[in-house]
Design a protein around this ligand. Sequence first.
Ligand SMILES: [Zn+2]
Ligand SMILES: [Zn+2]
Length: 386
Amino acid sequence: MMAEVPPVLSKIWSTHRQKTLPTRPEPINSVIEIRRSFVHRSIFASKQLPTLHPLLIPVAVIEQPARHVSPINYLIVESLLICLNRNSTSSLFGSSPDTFWGQFDEISKYNVHLNVFERLWAAWYAYVQNDVLATGIMSFLMHEIVYFGRSLPWIIIDRIHYFNKYKIQNQKIPTAQEQWNCAKLVLLSHFTVELPQIWLFHPMAVYVGLATGLPFPSLLTMAYQIAVFFILEDTWHYWSHRALHWGPLYKNIHKIHHQYSAPFGMAAEYASPIEVMILGLGTVGAPTLWCAISGDLHILTMYLWIVCRLFQAIDAHSGYEFPWSLHHFLPFWAGAEHHDVHHERFIGNYSSSFRWWDYVLDTESGPEAAKKRRERKLAKEGKKFQ
Ligand SMILES: [Zn+2]
Ligand SMILES: [Zn+2]
């Protein structure tokens, strides 16, 4: 038997067929309806007039012009709802406005111009009813899922003999015990050091003027901003990491990170809490600086940037160099080959993402760089005696 198509889907589908959406016939009622749905229960419960959730103000009061809804958006919404065995009248989770999916339904009724990710985003904030909590939970979960989710394939690869030929220091495959010890320290650090910082993220974001509303920025905007953050963070990382190799700082702070001379993915954040804060300042500081200067940054761009940065850090510690590694196509990209030498030799290659700072300031590490340095020295001495 065919599942009944929920009203929101039939609306999107008919929209897709007609190519255009009619503007809502009763905008005032719709706004009131949305107002009813998104009363901020915890803070505004005592006030007589219901108050809109701040995230939804632009969504509720702006009349959207007729707009085409892509079939891909329709398919995403449909698959998501069918996977969850839901329709508008019955649901595994229930569709009361008090539930997350109830909020999702309410938002979907009046905001068909939003894509599925935007609706999920709005439903999450409307469901939690506390922005600091909503951002805190989302940020922490995102960090844990991405960190361990990205480390897992490297743990599996370490166990597959075929890939040993791609391991840079192939005589040093980490043992299961080493990886477990690393995971324990990283988890301890995440819960004791990073969790409180993540909790402060939303107030900080609001203070510096990060946008949290809808719609999301375009992919192009997010891409160029993330590219800028990579350049800024790399610069911060180069200088602060180089400073951490100065005697007293190395002994008291950075030595922990160098416990593994042959790194592996999960070792990316195996470090002293002070180091996590110093180097983390580059990851959070770069977008903060950008936002303070340009006033144009969405919190989602920040999230995507942190995801990219986590991928970069974990991959750089993976210890694997493949013929398809990114630096073969982008010669200035650092990658695992660059950072693995740093762990092996404890000196040089201080950058995180790019190679230019080490190249320009002559701090490249490894046998090739040493050979070049020797040749330059000999050439200099030869000139002296001429
Ligand atoms: Zn180091
Ligand atoms: Zn490292």
